[in-house]
Design a binder for this molecule. Structure first.
Ligand code: ZN
Length: 298
């Protein structure tokens, strides 16, 4: 098997990429995600078969999903694509394609892609965080995904905001059932709600207004940067990654790379405060490239 096939399963689009052994893109295609579980897996299988027919080769298959597979039950959980939850996605796809298929959380796929040939290339320990409509994270150590005993390693978005200030405590209710999760402070909709009040979800508008000099928007982004700094300082205090890569829509805010490392310093233990905080190189493509790399280390 020479080629590597990666599939990024999103709520509205399913994308496939075929990479050659050196990581060059051979083929790339995007179709609407099927409606319902059976249509979803048949769409993925068809994309794989068509890519292989076109390239005249078979390959390894990795799939990135929102959510993960519970190692105890073998079923998808925590996914915001409801049709996947409770399904044995890897087994069912494996049966359709007559081979083993690897399925992993999309934040882990971001980490794999960025560690291989993106903003995290050359660093042994990579933490990648997605700040988009939600907030997740993933680890890669020496080129391999580190997903943990429960497959929840990197689920940073559902840990509490550290060193909460009195006005932040106890935090808003999160869909996961707890209060004050990082996701309720750091993702795009959280920025809009914090700045403009309940019901606002478009963080892009907040950034545009801040850049135009609106003090309320600038204050909202400053609170967000301060919270992100505390959240990442906690990661440094526990694992101290060689590089931290940000992906997702919020990662396009240029001020984060300028301001957040300095804002992290007071919360990092000890007298060395070095932080490598960088933007994902592959942008929206990291998920599909990372999925294709799920078999890179055997
Ligand atoms: Zn939560």
């Amino acid at each position: 098997m020479a080629i590597k096939l990666g599939v990024d399963l999103g709520g509205t689009k399913t994308e496939i990429v075929a990479l050659d052994p050196g990581g060059e893109v051979l083929l790339r295609r995007r179709v609407p995600t099927g409606q319902g579980y059976q249509a979803i897996i048949e769409t993925i299988a068809r994309l794989v078969r068509e890519a292989e027919a076109e390239l005249g080769e078979t390959g390894t298959v990795g799939v990135g999903i929102p959510g993960s597979i519970n190692p105890r039950t073998g079923l998808v959980r925590n996914g915001n694509t409801q049709a996947l939850n409770g399904q044995a996605l890897d087994k069912d796809l494996g049966a359709l394609l007559s081979r083993e298929v690897r399925v992993m959380n999309d934040a882990n796929c971001l980490a794999m892609s960025e560690a291989a040939d993106g903003a995290g290339a050359g660093y042994p320990v990579v933490f990648a965080a997605i700040l988009g409509t939600g907030c997740g994270g993933g680890w890669v150590v020496d080129g391999r995904p580190l997903d943990g005993l429960n497959r929840v390693a990197g689920e940073w978005g559902h840990t509490p905001l550290p060193w909460m200030r009195p006005e932040e405590f106890p935090g808003r209710a999160c869909w996961c059932g707890r209060n004050g999760c990082l996701e309720t402070f750091l993702c795009g909709p959280a920025i809009a709600e914090d700045t403009d009040g309940p019901g606002h979800r478009d963080a892009g508008k907040v950034e545009a207004r801040a850049l135009a000099g609106d003090p309320a928007a600038q204050a909202g982004l400053a609170r967000h940067a301060d919270r992100l700094a505390r959240a990442l300082a906690l990661i440094v205090n526990i694992v101290d990654p060689d590089v931290i890569v940000l992906g997702g829509g919020v990662s396009n805010y240029a001020h984060l790379y300028r301001d957040v490392p300095d804002l992290m310093a007071p919360w990092i233990f000890g007298d060395s405060k070095k932080v490598n905080l960088v933007r994902a190189k592959h942008g929206d493509s990291s998920g599909v490239f990372g999925a294709a790399r799920l078999w890179d280390k055997g």
